[in-house]
Design a protein. Structure first.
Length: 338
């Protein structure tokens, strides 16, 4: 009987210690310590022993029972600690503030450029592109700049080699397009330009232009003005007016500076427009016959107009922004507002 009790105890201890989860532990408990379990069974059989043996065996049985109970409780605690540790690792704290996913958006400059292009697409223009690294011929010579002409001063740019420079305007695209096709030509050329300007609130070494070119039979200055007026109204609404003033560009004759009603003050005069009520946004003119002849067009048959508009200027007007540097700051607080 002693042996039997010892064996039972050892078995039970083993079963409790090997239990891998609460379920297994509970099964073991029922088997050994349960009301109909094996310990009870063994204890019941004590009654059948001769009377003088009963106290010793009874004590032994009680001790075995205590030991089994102890091991059972110990294992129960271990398992409880394990689950608590696991749970705390993965626990979701519903009181923490949520992490909103950030949604990307178009940069205000490119959004403005897209809007501009959209208007010209509606007028029957198509989009053309050219390289940001240009050579002297497309940048100046083909655009009718005489050598050492002072008009090149305002186009001071960055040279990569003797004949490789970062384009200072989108006008070279005009030449590249006309070399490839015969009239009618009706394109807009959006793109990045570069100049060795000192950076301030209205100048940046990198900026965007939208170039326009239309060449066909019978194109007049009235077509240029009408086209730009439609563009200005589409962009800024019917109260936006356009002002033309004589200007000079080697590749247009005559040339005109384009100014729009200052959107910020509505034309009343404010700091942004230096009290004039107008904002200069670009240049334009009738394509110089020298340029057309240079690409082999018949200048007796064809005339054309061209224009170049600063995208930053328009984006600043559109959003009431007073510093061009903000576009290139990468400041998410600025970008998220527009
Ligand atoms: N490219 C000129 C500039 O950056 C702007 C310009 C003027 C473009 C007249 C034109 C034009 O196409 O006809 O200053």
């Amino acid at each position: 009987m002693e042996d039997k009790l010892e064996q039972l105890r050892d078995e039970a201890v083993g079963a409790f210690q090997n239990a891998e989860d609460n379920e297994q532990l509970e099964q073991a408990r029922v088997e050994y310590l349960g009301r109909h379990g094996r310990l009870r069974e063994a204890m019941a059989s004590i009654a059948n022993l001769p009377e003088e043996r009963r106290p010793t065996i009874g004590n032994l049985a009680n001790r075995a029972s205590r030991e089994m109970e102890q091991v059972y409780q110990q294992r129960q605690q271990e398992l409880a600690q394990q689950t608590a540790a696991q749970e705390s690792g993965e626990r979701i704290d519903v009181t923490l503030p949520g992490r909103a996913s950030r949604v990307g958006r178009r940069h205000p400059l490119l959004a403005t450029l897209d809007e501009m292009i959209e208007i010209f697409l509606g007028l029957g223009f198509t989009v053309a592109e050219g390289p940001e690294v240009e050579n002297y011929y497309y940048s100046f010579e083909a655009l009718n700049y005489p050598e050492f002409h002072p008009a090149m001063d305002e186009q001071m740019t960055f040279y990569i080699g003797d004949d490789a420079l970062l384009r200072s305007q989108t006008s070279p695209v005009q030449i590249r397009v006309m070399e490839q096709q015969q009239p009618p030509v009706r394109i807009v050329a959006p793109g990045r330009c570069f100049r060795r300007d000192t950076v301030d609130a209205t100048h940046c070494h990198t900026f965007y232009q939208l170039e326009g070119l239309l060449v066909d039979e019978g194109v007049t200055f009235a077509d240029l003005k009408g086209t730009l007026e439609v563009f200005a109204r589409e962009m800024f609404g019917p109260s936006c007016h356009m002002r033309f003033r004589p200007d000079f560009f080697p590749f247009t004759e005559p040339s005109a500076e384009i100014a729009l009603t200052c959107i910020i003050c509505g034309g009343e005069g404010c700091r942004a427009c230096e009290q004039t009520g107008w904002m200069e946004v670009g240049g334009s003119g009738m394509v110089d016959p020298n340029v057309l002849a240079g690409v082999g067009y018949d200048t007796e048959k064809y005339t054309g107009f061209a224009f170049g508009v600063g995208v930053e200027r328009l984006a600043m007007l559109r959003h009431g922004i007073d510093d061009i540097r903000l576009f290139y700051s990468g400041d998410m607080r600025f970008l998220a507002q527009l």
